[in-house]
Ligand binder design. Structure first.
Ligand code: PEP
Length: 251
């Protein structure tokens, strides 16, 4: 199973800026990328094709859409479909990100509909989960994660190819705060996530990637990626510069 080193560029970068960063990343990391690593960038929609073009023909580099709607086409002003994302080179889609849950108001049911629709439409999906700080303080981490996983994946067929679904554990209190979860917290949350995935999908869940996200940086990535059940990272702030994301990718 290849480790998935994913960048979430959120609502940053114009077309030119995104292409320049993508090119810098390729220049710094492509030739040295170990065979057991895969690089994925989620640019915002207007830069998706630009970044896909930069990655064209480069082994182990791909792009994904940060969001999509649950229909192929229609009168849904402002929305975009998996088919449209795929038409400009997207291979992946992202669902359940904490900013979509807690800033844009998406609930577990809708995130679940999006996750299964994206998979049905041919995207590989990175599905995010994670507790808020008040859940952790109240000892509710497992309860929150289990609920998010069970509802978010309830419509995903049991016979799914495990390569097509990755889960990103991203504690909300660690996203964009500089406060990275400690090794024990990551180990526990990832082992628990794996246990729930096995209870749903059986042994093949061992082949699903469970990523960690939340203030990953060049200085902490190697330690995180070496932990049990950590099959990659999802990186926001530190992925915005080619130099720093290339160090993460190669850590
Ligand atoms: C994210 O946006 O998914 C994220 C993990 O952000 P950051 O790395 O900045 O915490």
């Amino acid at each position: 199973m290849k480790k998935l080193m994913a960048a979430n560029w959120k609502m940053f970068k114009t077309w030119d800026e995104a292409r320049a960063t993508a090119q810098e990343l390729v220049d710094l990391a492509a030739a040295k990328l170990p065979g057991d690593r895969e690089v994925l960038v989620f640019p915002q929609f207007t830069a998706l094709k630009g970044v896909a073009d930069v990655f064209q023909g480069i082994d182990g580099f791909s792009v994904g859409g940060q969001d999509y709607y649950i229909k192929e086409e229609g009168a849904y002003t402002g929305e975009i479909s998996p088919k449209m994302l795929e038409s400009v080179g997207a291979v992946y889609g992202l669902t359940g990100h904490s900013e979509r849950r807690h800033v844009l108001g998406e609930d577990d049911e809708y995130i679940g509909a999006k996750t299964s629709y994206g998979l049905e439409s041919g995207l590989k999906v990175v599905f995010c989960i994670g507790e808020k700080i008040e859940d952790r303080k109240a000892g509710r981490v497992e309860e929150v994660l289990e609920h998010q996983i069970r509802v978010g994946l309830k419509n995903v067929p049991i016979n799914i190819d495990p390569e097509n679904l990755s889960i990103a554990y991203e504690p909300v209190w660690a996203i964009g705060t500089g406060e990275v979860a400690g090794p024990e917290e990551i180990l526990e949350a990832h082992a628990f996530t794996r246990k729930i995935l096995i209870s749903i999908f059986g042994e093949k869940a061992n082949e699903m990637r469970v990523l960690y996200g939340g203030s990953v940086k060049p200085a902490n990535c190697a330690e995180i990626i070496a932990l049990d059940n950590v099959d990659g990272v999802l990186v926001g702030g530190a992925s915005l510069e080619g130099e720093s994301f290339s160090q993460i990718v190669l850590a």
